[in-house]
Design a protein around this ligand. Structure first.
Ligand code: 1GP
Length: 247
């Protein structure tokens, strides 16, 4: 039987091995090539979710990915409608950078009974949106303010509070298609002040940017937008992340 996803994230962190998650937006999921590439390039996780789903089917997307691969599927929910027991795990996001009570506890209360009966592995995640040069969908939909791009101390203290409150992961997100990725200094400041695994995403569109984030202290890199535009990036980004050696 496969070990729990959280156990494998912790194990990889301990060994200094960086992880790569490809984010699939159900609205844009149409080809199976992307999943074959994830398989051949040894992507660690497939995340599924989107701030809003208009024409795609969340359930169909997860089920069709599941049929094609054994790579664990982690739901990265855009809202509390995005729960499906065919996935393996779900990021239970608390938007700790914001002050919107629904994103901190309200939606969790609504989702809890369904989550409890789903058998999904629950990954409590302190989710932080960082200002990135443009208004992102996540920011607009969550009705929150981001942490300013250059306020590393605020990001550090927020992540520390998340850890003290019992989150199991911290996710620094510049938002999908961000103009600016989360800065190296912010990733570094957060990573050295928490023990939790650190996920970083938003605007990472090259192997170089993935390596910069790994070097700064990210344990898992999430890429969505860039791969939607250029599937072949899966190969180069995966290689860069998986051959990265902690100094
Ligand atoms: C967005 O962090 C994810 O929430 C991924 O961002 O789509 O820009 O890769 P991109």
């Amino acid at each position: 039987m496969r070990q729990p996803i959280y156990t494998s994230i912790l194990k990889n962190k301990k060994q200094g091995k960086k992880l790569f998650a490809v984010l699939i937006d159900p609205d844009k999921f149409e080809s199976t090539d992307i999943i074959s590439l994830c398989e051949s390039e040894k992507v660690d996780f497939i995340m599924v979710g989107g701030s809003i789903i208009t024409n795609g089917s969340f359930e169909h997307c997860i089920q069709s990915i599941k049929k094609q691969t054994k790579i664990p599927i982690i739901i990265f929910p855009g809202n509390n409608l995005q729960i499906n027991k065919s996935a393996d795990a779900i990021l239970l996001l608390s938007l700790i950078s914001g002050r919107n009570a629904d994103m901190l506890i309200g939606n969790h209360v609504l989702a809890a009974p369904k989550l409890k009966s789903s058998n999904l592995e629950i990954l409590p995640t302190g989710y932080m949106i960082i200002e990135s040069g443009k208004q992102t969908t996540a920011l607009y939909m969550s009705n929150t303010n981001p942490i300013p791009y250059d306020k590393d101390d605020i990001a550090m203290a927020t992540a520390m509070a998340g850890e003290m409150l019992g989150q199991k992961l911290i996710y620094l997100d510049a938002g999908s298609g961000a103009l600016n990725c989360v800065s190296e200094t912010m990733i570094h400041k957060v990573s050295v002040n928490i023990k939790l695994p650190l996920i970083v995403g938003g605007g990472i569109n090259s192997p170089e940017k993935a390596v910069i984030a790994c070097k700064a202290g990210a344990d898992m890199i999430v890429v969505g937008n860039a791969i939607e535009k250029e599937k072949k990036l899966i190969k180069s980004i995966s290689k860069a992340i998986h051959t990265f050696k902690t100094q």
